[in-house]
Design a protein around this ligand. Structure first.
Ligand code: NAD
Length: 485
């Protein structure tokens, strides 16, 4: 595992990339663009470490991960700062995520001895059962929006299942990944089981195409997911895809409207709305629309946008210039598709700073054909669309290529369960803002991907099944042609 310093020294004449601060454009760091030789070396180191890691008694594997959890816990504030420095997430949000990491690692440590096969019904004197075996070297590619927690919850489950890992963080936020690699060493995990390569999409592609990588966990956009799926097919890798979202929040008129409205606006404020599962399409009963918008507006006025390192700040800048231009472009093009109730761009008090700030933005009267309704914006923007009947609410909620998360607010239990059955998404959350927990499965339907992250269900994508059939009777096993016996 290379330290940050070794990385910097190794950079030498090698191709590099820079991370620029979204607060002032200054250079946060310069990093190695890992090439084919780097990726191959990382894969070979992980492959060399695999047999020993796979064959460790699972309780020993767990003990390593428990130690890692303690080290991460001690360093969580530092990890949070590194994320904020790179991609501008308000430090309070970075801390919420970094604080969770140690417990998530402990969950995965506890999962090491809960990887179960099955015994299958078979004839007398013969035993048939399945085993879940690790895949080998497992490649992990993560985005920039939640660097530390994505690193932990994509790499540690793979390790818990007995794989070794090569991980590529986003080119926008590699700092915490490099520091986490150091923390693995500090926790005295076996050398080689986790390798970090840095670089952009090209480096990720090298990892996906490497013949000795047997599985890929990808978290990122739909477009990249499609590319990775195709590239991984050439070597028949097992792939898990956690992709984008455009999650509906359906609010019926009998709901606790204040709670629903607060959850809706805070859902796109947390991490400046750069959350795959954020509820970004508010679908509200026409009789409740005014009350919900009024409350969202009042709450949005209390949200402080500004310096992400200030603990009082709720929303920092958008992660990078490209993402800022994309979000602002969606807002600018929305005139004619809806009515901007609040926000729409840079807050007045930050007019003279170079930071990439965008206020929480509510766009009302949005129809289902509007670009802002259909496409993932990945910024602090929520659209409002109305409905009259339950059937109409369900149709609008499902009118999307995505199927990641969803939120329903109603006090009518029958209606709640009908919506739960009808919504085509991997997660439905009723009368609550987003709940994330390493123990709860998280997966996309439709273009939001396939395979499961989180929860013991994730083990399926991290292992391969071996079926074993064993004759233990004293009778010789039956041959298919009885006349040869
Ligand atoms: P992205 O797809 O641009 O990049 C994600 C990662 O893939 C980066 O590390 C990037 O370098 C790498 N990459 C790019 N091209 C590649 C290629 N051809 N081969 C291999 N790797 C390649 O996404 P992003 O902008 O970093 O992240 C935002 C997206 O991630 C949003 O769509 C968001 O919804 C999604 N996301 C999904 C989840 C989830 O759990 N479903 C979680 C977080 C973010």
């Amino acid at each position: 595992m290379m330290t940050v310093q070794e990385q910097e020294e190794a950079n030498g004449a090698h191709a590099t990339f820079q991370v620029l601060s979204p607060v002032d454009g200054s250079v946060v760091g310069e990093f190695r663009e890992s090439d084919a030789a780097d990726v191959d070396a990382a894969v070979q180191r992980a492959a060399a470490a695999f047999p020993q890691w796979r064959d460790l008694p699972v309780r020993e594997r767990a003990k390593h991960l428990w130690r890692l959890a303690d080290v991460i816990e001690r360093h969580h504030e530092e990890l949070a700062r590194l994320d904020t420095q790179c991609m501008g997430k308000a430090i309070r949000d970075s801390l919420v995520e970094a604080r969770r990491c140690a417990d998530d690692v402990r969950f995965w440590a506890g999962a090491t001895d809960k990887i179960f096969g099955k015994e299958l019904a078979d004839i007398k004197g013969r035993l048939t059962y399945t085993k879940h075996e690790p895949l080998g070297v497992y490649g992990v590619i993560i985005p920039w929006n939640a660097p530390t927690i994505s690193f932990v919850n994509r790499s540690v489950p793979a390790l818990a299942a007995g794989n070794t890992v090569v991980i590529k963080p986003s080119e926008l936020a590699p700092l915490s990944a490099l520091r986490l690699a150091e923390l693995f060493a500090e926790a005295e995990l076996p050398a080689g089981i986790l390798q970090v390569v840095t670089g952009s999409g090209g480096t990720g592609d090298l990892l996906v195409r490497h013949p000795d990588v047997r599985g890929i966990s990808f978290t990122g956009s739909v477009a990249t997911g499609e590319r990775i799926s195709l590239a991984a097919a050439a070597t028949f890798k097992k792939v898990t895809l956690e992709l984008g979202g455009k999650s509906p929040i359906v609010i019926f008129d009998d709901a606790d409207l204040n709670a629903a409205a607060d959850a809706a606006i805070l859902g796109v404020a947390f991490n400046a709305g750069q959350i795959c599962s954020a509820g970004t399409r508010l679908i509200v009963h026409e009789d409740a629309q005014d009350a919900v918008i009024e409350r969202m507006l009042a709450t949005s006025k209390k949200i402080r946008v500004g310096d992400p390192m200030d603990p009082a700040t709720h929303i920092g800048p958008i992660s990078c210039q490209r993402q800022y231009d994309k979000v602002q472009g969606f807002i600018d093009r929305s005139s004619g598709q809806g009515r901007i109730v609040t926000g729409g761009g840079r807050p007045a008090h930050l007019a003279d700073t170079p930071g990439l700030y965008i206020e929480p933005t509510i766009i009302a009267d949005v129809g289902v054909d509007a670009e802002v309704f259909r496409q993932e914006i990945f910024g602090p923007v929520i659209t409002v669309t109305t409905f009259r009947t339950e059937a109409e609410a369900l149709t609008i909620a499902n009118d999307t290529e995505f199927g990641l998360s969803s939120y329903v607010w109603t006090k009518d239990l029958g209606r709640m369960f009908r919506m739960i059955d009808g919504i085509d998404a991997g997660v439905v959350q009723g009368n609550t803002p987003q709940v994330m927990n390493a123990a709860f499965p998280f997966s996309g339907h439709k273009n939001s991907g396939f395979g499961t992250a989180y929860g013991v269900d994730a083990i399926e994508g991290l292992t391969q099944i071996k079926r074993v059939t064993l004759n233990f009777s004293d009778e010789p096993a039956q041959l298919p042609w009885a006349d040869l016996e």
